[in-house]
Design a protein around this ligand. Structure first.
Ligand code: SF4
Length: 133
């Protein structure tokens, strides 16, 4: 028996373009389908589909943590962070978790290894769920 598997990705770099609407309508137009909402910032296909949630798990996002003893306050991390989530003062580094997107770039950028991965905000359980449609 020949099984045909087709993978369709609906992607865009900009919000509000209708990706979710297209993906959801494609999904409901075929009989056997798996829809994976991979939007790390705001998965919302469930709003349109209203699925029966069968399993949930708690997930956390990365928020960097500063080791002030290792930092020389060079500011490389703040210069890298396009979300302005890091402020480097002469003798203090501040991280604003509500602005951080958890990309981890500041950890890779720090020349002294003074930034480590910390556990950040917990995402809502319903945002990472397995559902039956
Ligand atoms: S993890 Fe990314 S978004 Fe968060 S502070 Fe570091 S560079 Fe900015």
């Amino acid at each position: 028996m020949l099984v045909l598997i087709m993978i369709i990705a609906v992607v865009s770099g900009k919000g509000g373009t209708g990706k979710t609407s297209i993906a959801v309508n494609l999904a409901i137009s075929v009989r056997s389908v798996q829809l994976l909402d991979c939007d790390v910032e705001g998965p919302n296909a469930h709003i349109l589909l209203k699925p029966r949630i069968t399993r949930q798990e708690l997930v956390y996002r990365l928020v960097p943590s500063i080791n002030e003893e290792r930092s020389d306050y060079c500011g490389e991390c703040a210069a890298f962070c396009q979300y302005h989530a890091i402020l480097v003062a002469p003798k203090k580094v501040l991280i604003f978790p509500e602005l951080c997107r958890g990309c981890g770039g500041c950890i890779l950028t720090c020349p002294r290894g003074a930034i480590v991965e910390g556990r950040g905000a917990r995402l809502e359980p319903s945002r990472r769920a397995t559902a039956a449609i």
